[in-house]
Write a protein that binds this ligand. Structure first.
Ligand SMILES: Cc1cc2nc3c(=O)[nH]c(=O)nc-3n(C[C@H](O)[C@H](O)[C@H](O)COP(=O)(O)O)c2cc1C
Length: 403
């Protein structure tokens, strides 16, 4: 794929990984992904912004064959899918200077053994003139690692945001179709950014002070309607929990499933939205996405070898790591003789500030009185949710307003 024009003398390069189905050996990629680098050709100097995943180094090198030799390489983020080609690139371009934050410098030296002499460290607000184009570096820690920064290209009003605002979405369109990319961008936020929501919000406010014409992320298409993704981020990172129950569950022989079905119907009858996920076909991204706005998390699990089913444990570990803003949680499920299912799951979610509602554990198949307990749980959830925001679907019209 040849360099693709973003605007005059600014090119999207890098690789579309159409068929990749797992990222970080963890995150499902239903729509593949891309590793975006950008090339900014100034009247005096040229800058390459980020590289690509090392598996796609051939694509990047072929694209660079068609462009002038870069004088600078801006590293926004040290993670290998963006910086992994650095050693080869530094060999190919012996005069190339690496521009990055101080934290990124020390990480690159340690992680990739880059020669310390090749760096020019920049601080928040520092600028670099390429002649007729000026790059300003903005420190934006924790979107996604502590060293991350963005670059503002003043003359073209472009924000190069790296993982910030990214989406795992393979497309050869340069610019985003907001309807196509929304779910992928939300999943990406949930999986990558949600644990740092407070920092994310600060960074959203910081970058949105600039009169952005387009946001150029390192995964997924370019946003030429930046208000759409900026408002989405404000909603995801700063919005209140909503009237939604996230219900990941597993059942070996059907008893817990009967309980999950009953609770789903009871919540529906009470006007509570339910997003339920069979953990045997777990798509961690879907659960993560649901956790962005869920007011309550209910984990459905049988007791297995004295504790929760391992898949239910995984759901609890995931929730604990992603730090959603849910307010309430509980456990429902079936057991045979006894165990510590609830205590174990609660212990796994220790980082979350949750109010635990009474669990409903049932010996064997549920009976009428067990269904009544599930109805009571649904009553409690519906009552608690009266204080939460209503379920709110994405408002994509916001992108019609120029940011
Ligand atoms: C491998 C295995 C281990 C189990 N370990 C326990 C246990 O430690 N404590 C317990 O009370 N029940 C245990 N059970 C019984 C199940 O919890 C019980 O059959 C339950 O009703 C299954 O719920 P389900 O139909 O939703 O899968 C075990 C069942 C299996 C298959």
């Amino acid at each position: 794929m040849k360099p693709r024009r973003v605007c005059d003398n600014v090119y999207l390069i890098g690789a579309v990984d159409w068929d990749r189905r797992l990222f970080d050996s963890l995150i499902p990629l239903p729509h593949g992904t891309s590793y975006n680098a950008y090339f900014v050709a100034g009247s005096e100097k040229n800058a390459l912004l980020d590289t690509v995943d090392p598996s796609r180094i051939g694509t990047l090198m072929a694209q660079l064959d068609e462009l002038p030799t870069p004088d600078y390489l801006v590293v926004h983020h040290v993670e290998q899918d963006h910086s992994g080609c650095l050693p080869e690139l530094l060999q190919r371009c012996p005069d190339l200077t690496v521009i990055c934050s101080e934290k990124a410098r020390s990480m690159l030296v340690e992680h990739l053994h880059v020669d310390d002499a090749r760096f020019r460290v920049v601080a928040d607000g520092d600028t670099l003139s390429l002649g007729d184009k000026t790059l300003t570096f903005l420190s934006t820690p924790w979107v996604h690692w502590p060293e991350t920064m963005c670059t503002w290209l003043e003359e073209d009003r472009l924000l190069f945001s790296c993982d910030f605002f990214g989406s795992h979405f393979a497309t050869n369109d340069v610019f985003a179709d907001k309807h196509q990319v929304y779910d992928g961008a939300k999943r990406y936020y949930a999986e990558i950014m949600m644990p740092f929501a407070t920092q994310v919000l600060k960074n959203v406010e910081k970058v949105s002070a600039y009169p952005i014409r387009a946001i150029c992320p390192s995964h997924g298409p370019v946003y030429d309607e930046p208000a759409f993704i900026i408002e989405a981020y404000r909603d995801w990172a700063g919005g209140e929990p909503q009237n939604i129950v996230c219900l990941p569950f597993v059942s070996m022989h059907g008893s817990t499933l009967l309980m999950v079905d009953h609770l789903t119907a009871a919540l529906t009858d009470r006007g509570v939205a339910v997003e339920r996920f069979d953990l045997t076909t777990l798509d961690a991204g879907e659960v993560a996405s649901s956790l962005v706005h869920a007011g309550t998390v209910v984990i459905g699990t049988p007791t297995v070898l004295t504790g929760p089913h391992p898949l239910a444990m995984y759901a609890a570990v995931l929730a604990n790591a992603l730090r959603p803003r849910a307010k309430y949680a509980t456990v429902i499920g079936s057991y045979g003789w006894g165990g510590k299912t609830v205590e174990t799951l609660v212990g796994q979610m220790a980082k979350l500030k949750l109010e635990y509602l009474d669990p409903v554990l049932v010996k064997g198949l549920p009976r009428a009185e067990d269904y009544a307990r599930l109805d009571a749980l649904a009553d409690t959830i519906a009552e608690k949710h009266e204080d939460l925001a209503p379920r709110n679907f994405a408002d994509l019209t916001v992108c019609r307003t120029d940011h």
